[in-house]
Design a protein around this ligand. Sequence first.
Ligand code: ADP
Ligand code: MG
Length: 212
Amino acid sequence: MSSKVTPIPDFIRAIAAVIGDNAEEVTALDQAIGDGDHVINVQRGIDVLLAQEEELCQLDWTPAFQKIGMSLMSNVGGASGSLYGTLFISLGKAVGGRSMNLATFADAFTQAVEAVKMRGKADVGEKTMLDVLIPVAQCLQQAAAQSLPLEQVLQNAQKVAEAGVESTRDMLATKGRASFLGERARGHLDAGAKTSQLMIQAIADVLAAKRA
Ligand code: ADP
Ligand code: MG
């Protein structure tokens, strides 16, 4: 196999593993307050990306993120397909060919999360993936401003992502399918918040292992 330009293929494999390990739990979450297809949607996207590994290996950050986003957008159904698709297309656009470092990533990720907010017309506190993505974007920006060491950044981002998922438990849903349930949505974690947290965990674990 050819050498990799970025660790993105490693991230995709790690994400595939963690989503597989947690598939039942996440399916149960989407069954409780949605239609139960969230993991199937996410896994369809991951399978497409795994099949594109050879091609993704050749690409730098900007085109790789854009290709991932387009693949998700065109192959994954559900609200999450277009939202995760938007996240990655926007991430590629926002990186814009800059060299990758914490400051670049924090800035680009923040812009990408803004694009997801616009696409879904949602914000923090509505029991969606944004309850993980928004605080993680803020955490990365703070870390970049303080020039924190990478290990600390990864730990902070994982903690913030976990707190973000947990924050959805007692929320009412005001966007997506769960919004039809009113008060009955309370007491359940949001499935998209959970998959976002799992993906962040997987990426952080890969980066931490590379440092060790
Ligand atoms: P669908 O809801 O169409 O069945 P999925 O089950 O794949 O699609 O994804 C559901 C997840 O998408 C939810 O758990 C939530 O995190 C996220 N979601 C739904 N609507 C929105 C929105 N408007 N903004 C942000 N995230 C949303
Ligand atoms: Mg669903």
